[in-house]
Design a protein around this ligand. Sequence first.
Ligand code: BTN
Length: 244
Amino acid sequence: MSAPILAFDEIDSTNAEARRRAEAGEGGPLWITALTQTAGRGRRGRDWESPIGNLAATYLCTTDKSAADAAQVSFVAALAVAELADACVGAERVALKWPNDPLVMGLKASGILVESGAFAAGGLWLAVGIGVNLAHSPVAAERPATSFAEHMQAAPPKPREALDLLAAAFDRWLTRWQAEGFAPIAAAWTARAHGLGEPCVARLPGEEVHGVAEGLDPDGALRLRLDDGQIRRITAGDVFFGAA
Ligand code: BTN
């Protein structure tokens, strides 16, 4: 059974709302969604455009996992978005780029931002923010991006309809992660991964690393094979393959 959904017409950011609630002691589980965000935030301090017609939602929950293990929830979210994308544009067009960018035809169609914090009484809160470009591509993206609508004959789903599908898929993968750990999540992610075996560049704070993406380590880090044959584990940053 999915968590309840709290729906706003407009909000600064559903992740910001989740943080406010968590810092006031609320632990979820709860979905927070809004038709539009005035200060949607992306990874690495970027803005996230949230026009009406796209999905903006955050899942707030509590976990006893360590902060490092809890971060794996971003792969759970990516798998859920991939299933939503499959239903809209066809699974053959959908892939996942490390760490958690859902792509349609190689272009970013969604973004996932996980924030977390500690409760005074113990345990962590997690805010799993998910934006999906259902109807509109971003106007000012750093890299070429897309929307589901660009790959559909019919109209894309309305945000609330998309959230119902997303929440059901997220619930299934979350239950699996909680019961069986990260291994089945990593296997499912790997089966849909974009660019494995291909050259890429990892942009890290103050550094660019070139290599070939070999796959996930058991904790979710990306294994990059460098020119000298060594493996470099990438645990944070952006990875780019050609255009994506
Ligand atoms: C990225 O940079 O790729 C992550 C984007 C995450 C956007 C979503 S939209 C819902 C939630 N609220 C936010 O402010 N950000 C996330």
